[in-house]
Design a protein around this ligand. Structure first.
Ligand SMILES: [Zn+2]
Ligand SMILES: [Zn+2]
Length: 259
């Protein structure tokens, strides 16, 4: 049994495709559980509705750094109501994106800090997005006491030094289709080296399809390609990687999909 630890499903930012058909394709491939991720308050309601309507879906709700400019006190208040729902397992995705800079950096930082505080208030782990902002992300996690709730570095694309510091804070590293890209040696090296009780797999679908689907639409069924690559890099069987990553997600957020 495999779990996709981070995907965006139809209905939210994930497009308009039929959700049940997409989940069926994933189940046929052996993917049984899904953490579906919101990126804004507008998105959050749709994500939560999908979680309530389908089996073995859980939510991560928060405001993505791209959307940080939409944050105000009303957002915080409404988000905090949704975070009380037991099917919401993570706060995020939240973090910093210095690559696209779609929200002003100061705003991204303020909104990131506010969501770490929310995570601590609700005792839920964080779902972290960081791009070209590794140093600042780690510093803020540290300053805000994120080690008390821990979380996931989603779509891991940093180096070993970053990984070591994130692991020290109790965080888990979630590997995506990037692991299958030829030029991703630094990420592959981390995937081979990271402690086996801290690794996860995800698609980040509909983005970042793994080889051999690179450039096409991604979907949760393809997390099998990520798990296969991870297994090869670590010299483990596919079944062992499936078991490990499912157990790791449970250890972090308390949820395991039912069979
Ligand atoms: Zn992200
Ligand atoms: Zn995402």
């Amino acid at each position: 049994m495999l779990v996709d630890a981070h995907c965006h499903l139809p209905g939210g930012t994930g497009g308009t495709e039929d959700l049940e058909a997409l989940l069926d394709r994933a189940r046929s491939a052996g993917v049984q559980g899904f953490v579906t991720v919101g990126t804004s308050l507008a998105d959050a309601h749709q994500v939560l509705a999908a979680v309530k309507a389908h089996k073995n879906l859980q939510a991560s709700l928060g405001v993505h750094p791209h959307e940080a400019k939409t944050w105000d006190s009303a957002t915080e208040q409404r988000l905090s109501i949704l975070l009380g729902d037991p099917d919401v397992r993570f706060v995020g995705e939240t973090g910093l994106d210095w690559h696209y800079d779609l929200s002003p950096r100061e705003t991204q930082e303020t909104v990131f800090r506010a969501q770490i505080r929310l995570a601590r208030r609700f005792g839920k782990p964080l779902m972290i997005h960081t791009r070209e902002a590794g140093e600042d992300t780690l510093r803020i996690l540290q300053e805000e006491g994120a080690e008390h709730v821990r979380g996931v570095i989603h779509c891991f694309s940093e180096d070993k030094a970053f990984a070591a510091r994130a692991l020290d804070l109790g965080f888990y590293l979630s590997f995506s289709g990037i692991l299958t890209f030829k030029k991703a040696q630094a990420v592959q090296e981390v995937a081979a080296w990271a402690p086996e009780d801290r690794i996860l797999v995800e698609t980040d679908s509909p983005y970042l399809a793994p080889v051999p689907f690179r450039g096409k639409a991604n979907e949760p069924a393809y997390v099998t390609y990520v798990a296969e690559r991870l297994a090869a890099l670590r010299g483990l069987s596919f079944a062992r990687v499936a078991e490990l990553t499912t157990r790791n997600l449970e250890a972090l957020c308390g949820w395991v999909p039912s069979s």
